[in-house]
Write a protein of this length. Structure first.
Length: 100
């Protein structure tokens, strides 16, 4: 759940930043949790989990096996998480795709 220190500990212990469960990466799940927290509490939208995962090497272009195989960026855009979208767009701008 929304526990940034636990996420840090998990990654520091060697968990793969691109780990998937039920076809969703950690980044997909972070975007979803940030939106849920905002909707449930009425508190301002935040992006700390997304930012931390990007800093730890998560690639927002990566498509999860589930969720119709969409990228985390697509998920952020389509769900209205404008803060994650802005952050991801800047990450993509500064991290050109070299797999082509």
């Amino acid at each position: 759940m929304e526990d940034l220190p636990a996420l840090r500990d998990l990654l520091d212990a060697g968990a793969d930043v691109h780990e998937e469960r039920d076809g969703l990466t950690l980044l997909h799940r972070a975007i979803d949790m940030e939106l849920d927290a905002h909707a449930l509490t009425g508190e301002p939208l935040h992006v700390d989990m997304t930012a931390y995962l990007l800093a730890r090497g998560a690639d927002p272009r990566r498509r999860g096996e589930g969720g119709n195989g969409v990228s985390a960026r697509h998920m952020a855009v389509s769900s209205g998480h404008w803060l994650a979208t802005c952050l991801i767009d800047e990450w993509i701008r500064t991290h050109p795709d070299t797999t082509d």
